[in-house]
Write a protein that binds this ligand. Sequence first.
Ligand code: FAD
Ligand code: SF4
Ligand code: SF4
Ligand code: SF4
Length: 403
Amino acid sequence: MGNELPVLADASVCNRCAACAAVCPVKAIQMMPDDQGFTYPKVDEGHCLSCGKCVRTCPVLTPPSPQSVQEAWGAVTNRKEELMRSSSGGIFQLLASKVLTCGGVVFGAKFDSDFNVVLDCCEEISELSKFQGSKYVLCSENGAYLKALEYLKAGREVLFSGTPCQLAALKNVLGNTAYSGKLLTVGCVCHGVPSPKVWQKYLHERMEVSGSDKIIGINCRDKCLSWYDYSMSILFSEGKKYTCIYKHDPFLRGFLQHLYLNPACFHCRFKNPHWTQDITLADFWKVKKFLPQLFDEKGGVSLVLIHSTAGKQLMESIVDEMKCFEVPVEKTMASNPASMNSAKNAPYRKAFWQDYSKYPLLKLLHWYNYPNWWKSLINLFPNWRHIHINNIIVPSNHPQENH
Ligand SMILES: Cc1cc2nc3c(=O)[nH]c(=O)nc-3n(C[C@H](O)[C@H](O)[C@H](O)COP(=O)(O)OP(=O)(O)OC[C@H]3O[C@@H](n4cnc5c(N)ncnc54)[C@H](O)[C@@H]3O)c2cc1C
Ligand code: SF4
Ligand code: SF4
Ligand code: SF4
């Protein structure tokens, strides 16, 4: 490469996986948050050796070989308590428990003490609950790829779970064919990941509205109403609790309207047929149509896509602990659009970010979350939108939102 600096994935397609930073031999890459809070690699020109390892490892620039879907199953764990802690049918918990019971190590996404989402690992079943449940925020890599490599080198079995782009990054860090037989990867059908900056501002304002100074627990997929009508739940130190169904919770609503997804998620390169993992887990939203006998409105059902022999063996090793049936691959994937199609860029995303630092987030989301035809005039009459947002009063509590 001579003395040229590496040209990494452009910010519009960078999935922020941090594989480039992990492999740099002189630690010349730091992941720095951009103005929307998504971390992006910054190369230290003074230290870079121009070796090109970061470019060769980037899963966007050098995608690893894909694994096609061989089988699809509908499945629900028999463990009722674990099912209620999980986002869909609790299959991740069964797979992870099996690997831990055989002496392996499990990697997954957890909340840290400030409720940032980070990758971490565990060796005990009692620690697994921290990985359960979808956390709708960009997950930071936190040194996980190299830690997994150390365990694999030591001969340990590793189950690594995360978004499909993180799993493609891991494959590149390890080398495409290395450690097959020891490494099992479990990904999700992925809608996209929201900005950590918006998430932290949301939590801060939630604390203010509740008059609390500490959050002690969060569940982005609380099944207290049902799996279909999931809720955001936040538990505060004083015993107060905020619970709100997804269609009214401002953060989840903004997430589902794509106001603050990572820009790379609008043209994701890690969906079918580009998945690299052994197993993909999803919500089986259309289970009533394909497997009415498995339908459980309260607890939920997983759609499991199996990509490899290792993935199939792991699924077969847990069949006594779940109810499961095979379903047609193409038809069930077609019924889950996020398995193939990227989220569409929100028409108001640009305006939302222009207004982001000018207003309290709850006010802003109250305005942007309910778009209607007159809001399409905002580009013609920008001042008009400021008058509206300024006049929004965020209620200190929404009685209809607490269950
Ligand atoms: C960000 C995100 C978006 C998703 N979007 C869809 C979708 O559009 N359609 C669909 O059908 N399914 C989607 N899923 C998958 C689905 O919601 C369940 O996660 C999946 O079915 C597994 O459920 P489970 O009950 O077996 O296990 P759970 O206990 O619910 O799964 C936990 C798993 O999710 C991982 N995880 C949680 N949060 C993150 C995160 N921020 N980054 C990386 N990994 C994370 C953990 O590491 C663990 O492997 C999404 C999941 C995530 C994390
Ligand atoms: S080119 Fe080599 S030294 Fe320079 S940032 Fe990339 S990996 Fe590091
Ligand atoms: S390796 Fe990951 S973080 Fe680095 S440039 Fe590529 S996509 Fe972005
Ligand atoms: S949508 Fe694609 S790029 Fe975005 S987090 Fe999911 S797998 Fe990664």
